[in-house]
Design a protein around this ligand. Structure first.
Ligand code: FES
Length: 176
């Protein structure tokens, strides 16, 4: 009799532990399915621009496309100094300067690789090259890397929203 009620208690206790565990894993699963904190809503990706390191190329994602984000070093800025075409593509957030572009080669859509030692991008498919600002350095790409619509909001950058800086780039033919 006593043994029975003990077993009953153990059964309930085990059930309770299992239930807590199940809830825990559901929470964990939900966390896995939830979009990353950088993703605000469908079609928009918000990037915290304070997290990037100079000279380190990071690939983010927006609408399923790779987005290159490169916080420019002083050396890259010096290199662009007398190049209005490169400067027209520069994205300034606070005191920092960025190259942000859709990471798909404008020739046939391969993903170019960043070369740290040369501060440029090389497309393995047909040998096309882009500078650190996303301009064509070597054919066959017909134009520089496209710049996704963006809006600067303090230290944040919202991809998918059209801000005045991007609109100016588009109006001036800097990007498609
Ligand atoms: S797809 Fe990049 S060079 Fe052809």
């Amino acid at each position: 009799m006593e043994e029975n009620s003990r077993r009953g208690f153990m059964g309930k206790a085990f059930g309770a532990v299992a239930a807590v565990g199940a809830v825990g894993s559901l929470v964990a699963m939900k966390r896995t399915w939830d979009p990353l904190p950088s993703v605000k809503a469908a079609g928009f990706t918000t990037l915290d621009m304070s997290k990037y390191e100079e000279g380190v190329m990071v690939t983010e994602k927006w609408r399923g496309k790779p987005i290159f984000v490169l916080k420019k070093t002083l050396a890259i800025m010096a290199e662009e100094k007398d190049k209005p075409e490169a400067q027209a593509r520069n994205i300034k957030v606070g005191d920092a300067n960025f190259m942000i572009a859709i990471g798909l080669c404008t020739h046939l859509g391969c993903i170019p690789a960043f070369r740290n030692d040369l501060n440029d991008f090389k497309c393995a498919c047909h040998g096309g090259e882009f500078t650190a600002s996303g301009l064509v350095q070597k054919a066959p790409p017909p134009r520089g890397l496209d710049i996704p619509p963006f809006k600067i909001n303090g230290n944040k950058l919202v991809l998918g929203e059209v801000g005045p800086e991007w609109q100016t780039m588009k109006d001036n033919g800097v990007t498609l």
